[in-house]
Write a protein that binds this ligand. Structure first.
Ligand SMILES: Cc1ncc(COP(=O)(O)O)c(C=O)c1O
Length: 505
């Protein structure tokens, strides 16, 4: 039997149906309960125990079979979705999509290229380099972070950006680059010196409010065997605004140096997950200088996964003060910049250390493009293979332009200011963390249990979806994050009214 491929005509018909499905979904998603109400295993059990044996064409006609697939999508799968694209989704952080980005995803799938090497699709690599340069410029990165910013210009420079899957991946590859650089510097600084008495013992630093991906990166890199292992990892205390305390960082670094450890990696967060607190990058960089870490090559990475998008607006670039001292930064257009998951932009100004840590070239990958110095993005990431993710970012940038992206961010921040003022005007509630952008952390002036009950009741109602955190010296905190592509003022006002009414009841 020949493989029963779908014909181009059948594809055209079903693709139209899929596009209609997506447009109908996004137009009507507001009417669906935001948080899925299914129980564990409900979807699994609703699906057949085994994959179909015969091709669709033998079971019935192709159109009939595809009608049944779309019907299953509607009746079985949709109820099991939490609707991140709902304008009433105020949980976690946004996961923006937009029609231009969806078209980019579709074309990426349709073109089906694999961009592991420059050679395997030069346009896939070069569009990525260009789009990342555009975007880096848009968020105000120093030119050293761009591919064309370092001297000598273009491909021989030492900066540039890459699209990876997630911010977690960026945190990990930055750690690998850091270890590579510090270790190389240690061993090369005095080649005739006797081997060190102790093995290389890197230490890494992040704040108690940093995303768990920093600890996970340490675990993957073999620097922690469990989330609690502090052999190499230091969690630095925060100030009252939940930002890393540079004095505490300095103390930890000096203590480690005394113990013979080598400070290797500092992961600062601009826009923490819990409260969007901003670690003071400039002060952290100053600590690295005053403790001599700069000479060791200690790497400063900035995790701006959520907040980086706001820097397309010049008025929010203050969050990156000190970026000129950092070695790398990552942010996620798939959170708040209208580009479907997955799209994490990672920039470094020391790409040689990054590729030094990650590059390995088996014979079957050798080619003239690599030999000529073209960018092979496989050397900038964990996997070998890579999708054509630059397309969706390119479409978003071309469709919205810088001003359109700024309008998107500014409107959400305006709505966040509005929501904050509504909370402040109600004496039953309090704001418990400074609002830096689009996240409002608040709670009832009551105990944790009452706040949890309020949140659970709101989420069970299905009209809105919020999540919580626990902040030091505050306790149970309700997070209201405004960033969904479709959220407008009336959604925010309606959500607040619902919160007030529920609190009263
Ligand atoms: C500050 C920060 N870093 C990292 C992450 C993880 O993002 P990703 O899913 O892209 O790995 C998040 C997500 O919440 C985050 O807020």
């Amino acid at each position: 039997m020949n493989a029963p491929h779908m014909s181009a005509a059948e594809f055209r018909r079903e693709a139209h149906r899929a596009i209609d499905f997506i447009a109908d979904y996004l137009v009507s998603v507001e009417s669906l309960p935001v948080l899925s109400r299914v129980k564990p295993n409900e979807i699994y059990n609703a699906l057949p125990a085994h994959a179909p044996k015969d091709p669709a064409s033998q079971r019935s006609s192709i159109p009939a079979e595809w009608s049944s697939i779309f019907s299953d999508l509607e009746t079985t799968i949709l109820p099991g979705l939490t609707h991140w694209q709902s304008p009433n989704f105020f949980a976690f952080f946004p996961a923006n999509t937009s029609y231009p980005a969806i078209l980019g995803e579709l074309l990426s799938a349709g073109l089906g290229v694999q961009g592991m090497l420059w050679l395997t699709s030069p346009a896939c690599s070069e569009l990525e380099t260009k789009v990342l340069d555009w975007l880096g410029e848009l968020i105000g990165l120093p030119r050293e972070f761009l591919s064309d910013g370092a001297e000598p210009a273009k491909q021989n420079g030492n900066g540039g950006g890459v699209i990876e899957g997630t911010a977690s991946e960026a945190t990990l590859v930055a750690l690998c680059a850091a270890r590579h650089r510090v270790r190389t510097l240690l061993t090369s600084s005095n080649p005739s010196a006797p081997p060190p008495l102790r093995p290389f013992a890197p230490s890494i630093y992040t704040s108690t409010q940093a995303h768990s991906s920093v600890i996970k990166a340490a675990m993957i890199a073999g620097l922690a065997i469990s989330p609690e292992d502090r052999t190499h990892l230091r969690l630095i205390d925060c100030d009252t605004n939940f930002a890393m305390d540079p004095t505490a960082l300095e103390r930890a670094i000096r203590e480690d140096l005394k113990q013979g450890l080598t400070p290797t990696y500092v992961a600062a967060t601009v826009g923490t997950t819990s409260s969007t607190a901003i670690d003071p990058v400039d002060k952290i960089a100053h600590v690295l200088q005053s403790t001599g870490c700069n000479k060791l090559g200690t790497w400063l990475h900035i995790d701006a996964a959520h907040a980086g998008a706001a820097c397309v607006c010049p008025e929010y670039r203050f969050m990156l003060t000190g970026i000129e001292h950092a070695d790398s930064i990552a942010f996620n257009p798939h959170k708040w910049l209208l580009t479907n998951f997955d799209s994490n932009c990672f920039y470094t100004r020391d790409r040689k250390s990054l590729t030094g840590a990650l590059s390995i070239t088996p014979e079957y990958l050798r080619n003239a493009g690599t030999d000529s110095g073209a960018i092979d993005y496989r050397d900038w990431q964990v996997p070998l293979g890579r999708r054509f993710r630059a397309l969706k970012l390119w479409f978003v940038l071309r469709h919205y332009g810088a001003q359109g992206l700024r309008a998107h961010i500014r409107e959400h921040i305006r709505l966040s200011e509005l929501f904050e003022s509504l909370v402040r005007a109600d004496p039953r509630f309090e704001i418990v963390a400074p609002r830096t952008m689009n996240l409002i952390c608040f709670r009832l002036k009551a105990n944790d249990a009452a706040n949890k009950r309020l949140l659970d009741t709101l989420n069970a109602g299905g009209k809105i979806y919020l999540t919580h955190t626990v902040l030091p010296n505050v306790g149970y905190t309700i997070r209201f994050c405004i960033g969904a592509t479709a959220t407008q003022e009336h959604h925010v006002r309606a959500a607040w009214k619902l919160i007030q009414d529920t609190a009263r009841d």
